[in-house]
Design a binder for this molecule. Sequence first.
Ligand SMILES: [Ca+2]
Length: 459
Amino acid sequence: MTTFPLREKSLADASRISLASTLIERRYKTCLRKPCTGLRAEPLWQIGKTDHSAAEFALAKNEYTQFLRHFGSPDRAFYVGLSKPEDAWPCVLPGPLDQWAGGAENGSWDQMNTLPVGFVLEATPSSGTCRFTVATCASKGPQLRVAVNGTMHEASIPPGGDDACLSGDFTKAQAGETVVEFPSSELRPGYNEITLRSVSGSWLVFDSVRLDTPAGAKLAPATPTVVRFVGTAPYAVGGGGDNTATLRIEVYQHKEPGTLSVGIDGALQKQALEPGLQVLEVAAPASPEGGTTAVRLHAADRLLLENWLALPSSPAVTPADYVDVFRGTAHSRWMIAPGPWMPFGMAKLAPDNQPQGWAAGYEYSHDYIDCFSHLHEWTMGGLGMLPTVGPLRTRPGLDGSGYSSRFDKASERGGVGFYDWIAPVPIVAFSSGTIPGSLPRNTHAARNASAPNAASRIA
Ligand SMILES: [Ca+2]
């Protein structure tokens, strides 16, 4: 077994694997406002009280400028049943215009602060619509993105309320309520995560946040150990060979150290857990050809997960398997991007998605790509290229007239010698990464005049 600190890439990997089967179905969805019927009498969960005040939340005593010290990371979730609003949920969600939280006056320096809510379901509704409600005390009118297990929805928060709410004075709070509805099929048994992020505009001050679901949804009993994801790795930490695999477990341990019992085909291993989020890699025998292996996880004598997984026979792990090409690419500039570069290469092919401003280049938190540039050096980049089908478009942009393309972040992969992403339609492939330069190879899997862009691979 190997334990290593959780990296941004590790989380992203886990998300990709667990949600891979739904990649094609994911699209941006707009907020629906039709009334729901058949909801449970009580919310599935709620953070804070709906009382026209944010006093119950962290940073409420005029400490909002400390947001970045404690919040904003996609790795730091509020865990329903474990976390407390007074220290684990901030009174405010900043937007890209808020300089006190890493933004910029013109929004070009976008910190993309994220607030995740994690919860474990023992049972999911068989049908129906869920309602996710954000109640506010004040708002500058940001565009809110709500991702339910990776499926994104957007809603505009109406502006209103007094700026004093930011500083803890709620006497002039103005009640606001924004509802995002989504099908209950977006929930799943086990760990679920709903994330909030403002993608444009400025701040909002919370009053409460809650999730209502149809009957049939049931939270699992809260335990200090939350299993977020179980899957496999493409390498064997036990040495490799014809019959070796790796079980990968992403787990959160609340406050105190704990122990996770890992049962693989009936054989038990004890794994020590440190407080916080971590990824365990457990050596396992590979599953029989075409078969699966029973995996059972226990903590404190409670069964947390039971599943059957295909554990593929894999080559022995090497240091290259832990290279994280996305490290440093959040809040980044030209010279830091996840392309398959060789040291001192003449060309460095990599995606870019910040076409304007001095922070131009690749930014991990953006879910679109403008082009693949061939130069990435200190404060310098360029020779951008993006293979497309359809009408010729000569400038970046997402407004329908530009060539930029949104894509599913869960499809994005990078490692030594390759970079992958999948846009909604057709397929384009790149290959590159030699010492003298980069040699792209582009392949369109389909032609569609209405499709602005494609998916691609650099390998
Ligand atoms: Ca409140």
